[in-house]
Design a protein around this ligand. Structure first.
Ligand code: PMP
Length: 430
């Protein structure tokens, strides 16, 4: 038994399923999860001392790679001043100014401590501002685990085959309307049915919780137009895509302007951070200026703000996103070439620093949740473990996007593609 396996057995005694977030338990791929001891650059190291090239990056935030020296130094210095004050700090002002500078649609921003809090608060605000109860989301999109958002959700909820969850009263769930991603007709039909009841549309601008599905041409613009027509707010959830797809998020990449934006892990550089922001007239509607209540003891925590600011400063280096995108493209296209070479049907998607691969014979671009659910999950599971054996750590679910970092150098890319070549060959021989 490996040390990771032993720790997993031990963990299951005291932690439900042995993990503090379900997808970590490897339900999507089978076997025992790796317990991680440390991470550095493009690598994570497990409890057995084995190192892996990491394509999870703490599920997105590690754009600069793990244990970045600049960020580490900033955090060490901040710790000297104390860990939390529960009172305003200049760091929070700097953070707000930085976010506003990077994302032009954001005029004011409020910090929270997770992506879940960000989306939950943004929705409460949208409901309060519009005085409407219903929200519209998309099947396969995940926005955290607030009650109203765990309806036909993606990510771990999909991996477990539970798109919604017990514990959410029907009376809550009934206000969440679900449309089909990349299908404007499905959205319009719902709005026609409830023309004055929908407070907002919330969406992932590149869906990253049902693998990696970019928006089809016209989809984001179409949603913007529908929101304007029916008086609903558009909330773009950039918890995953913010500062990963481009310096100004997916909204900058696709040139669409939401009313509200939610941000998460990326702006914390690995600390528990989230944020929501947008139009000033809407943001003024939250307490203490407005009637919609929202709060947090650790919101804007000084260590988290220091980490986030150091990361965002580093992300502003010229040419960073071009390089990140080029590396990610190389991995996605390299996987495809290796799969083709060995006769394994594979489709790929890639936007900025995120990518997805699909074991499917479908030769159309993969743009829908339905196409994702029809992929060959056996192939994915086998491939996953073959790659792990070769020292490559991918997201342990076919419903998650892959992430690269600036620390992935030529050597790591080549090692990964060589591993993929071997894994596809082994998959063919099965
Ligand atoms: N929104 C999106 C798009 C996400 O990907 C996630 C988490 N992966 C969340 C919200 C929830 O964030 P958290 O896990 O920090 O609560």
């Amino acid at each position: 038994m490996t040390r990771s396996e032993a720790l997993f057995e031990q963990a299951k005694q005291t932690i439900p399923g042995g993990v503090n977030s379900p997808v970590r338990a490897f339900n999507g791929v089978g076997g025992s999860p790796l317990f991680i001891e440390k991470a550095d650059g493009a690598y994570i190291y497990d409890a057995d001392g084995k190192k892996y090239i990491d394509y999870v990056g703490s599920w997105g935030p590690m754009i600069l790679g793990h244990n970045n020296p600049q960020i580490r130094q900033a955090v060490l210095e901040a710790v000297e001043n104390g860990l939390s004050f529960g009172a305003p700090t200049e760091l929070e002002v700097k953070m707000a100014e930085k976010v506003i500078e990077m994302v032009p649609s954001i005029e004011q921003v409020r910090m929270v401590s997770s992506g879940t809090e960000a989306t939950m608060s943004a929705i409460r605000l949208a409901r309060g501002f519009t005085n409407r109860d219903k929200i519209l989301k998309f099947e396969g999109c995940y926005h955290g685990h607030a009650d109203c958002l765990l309806v036909k959700a993606g990510s771990g909820a999909l991996t477990l085959g539970q798109p919604s969850s017990p514990g959410i009263p029907e009376d809550f769930a009934k206000h969440t309307l679900t449309a089909v991603y990349n299908d404007l007709d499905s959205v319009r039909a719902i709005f026609n049915e409830h023309p004055e009841a929908i407070s907002c549309i919330i969406l992932e601008p590149v869906a990253g919780n049902m693998n990696c599905i970019p928006p089809v041409e016209g989809f984001l613009e179409g949603l913007r137009a529908i929101c304007d027509e029916f008086g609903a707010l558009m909330i773009i959830d950039e918890v995953m895509t913010g500062f990963r797809v481009s310096k100004s998020g997916a909204q900058g990449h696709y040139n669409v302007k939401p009313d509200l934006t939610t941000l998460g892990k990326v702006i914390g550089g690995g600390m528990p951070v989230g944020a929501f922001g947008g139009r000033k007239d809407v943001m003024q509607y939250i307490a203490p200026t407005g009637p919609v209540y929202q709060a947090g003891t650790l919101s804007g925590n000084p260590i988290a703000m220091t980490t986030g600011l150091a990361q965002m400063d580093a992300l502003c280096q010229p040419g960073l996103y071009e390089e990140l995108t080029a590396k990610t493209k190389r991995i996605a296209e390299g996987f495809k070439a290796a799969a083709d070479k060995h006769g394994i049907p594979l489709s790929i998607n890639q936007v900025g620093g995120m990518f997805g691969f699909f074991f499917t014979e479908d030769t159309n671009p993969i743009t829908s949740f339905d196409q994702v659910t029809q992929c060959n999950m056996d192939h994915f599971r086998h491939f996953y473990h073959l790659m792990l054996d070769e020292g490559v750590y991918l997201a342990p679910s076919a419903y998650e996007a892959g992430f690269l970092s600036m620390a992935h150098g030529e050597e790591e890319l080549e090692l990964t593609l060589a591993a993929a070549d071997k894994a596809f060959a082994a998959l063919k021989a099965l």
